[in-house]
Design a protein around this ligand. Sequence first.
Ligand code: ADP
Length: 165
Amino acid sequence: MKRAIYPGSFDPVTLGHIDVIRRASKLFDFLIIGILGNSAKTPLFSVEERVNMLKEATADLTNVEVRSFHGLTVEFARECEANALVRGLRAITDFDYELQIAQLNRVIAPEIDTVFLTTNLKYAYLSSSSVKEVAAYGGDISHFVTPAVEKKVHKKFEEIRSRRI
Ligand code: ADP
């Protein structure tokens, strides 16, 4: 059984992430999406909200599971009995950072390999932070996320705006 994890913040999940998930689910027998709870960034959505959004977005994929984790990504991979860690690459700027993390992970967990999937060109420009930036100003994010996520993002910013008034 080839098992892989796909770790990230997914704050929120975008169509770029979903594209990577769909492709990775064909490459591996089982894929576990790991939502990192201890990110340095302050998230817009709680871990639970992100887990639910990802579960909804991947409901049709029978070999995909969504979990949250804290701590080291390679420890999470070990817990999942996975020997591969999937990451997406959009641009050279991703590569610099990702290569460093992959090499570090290789030293601490040599049995786990990092597998990079290059972005679908349709989503090469897409990131969770750009989705949040557009939505914060009431812009249209329908090309970037699923309709369910779109509603949740707009609702979240409405709540934030109403708290400020
Ligand atoms: P992190 O905070 O760990 O970078 P993200 O949620 O931003 O987590 O992204 C998770 C993974 O998905 C990363 O490997 C990132 O490079 C990749 N990714 C994000 N957006 C895209 C996209 N549009 N196309 C391909 N991969 C992407």
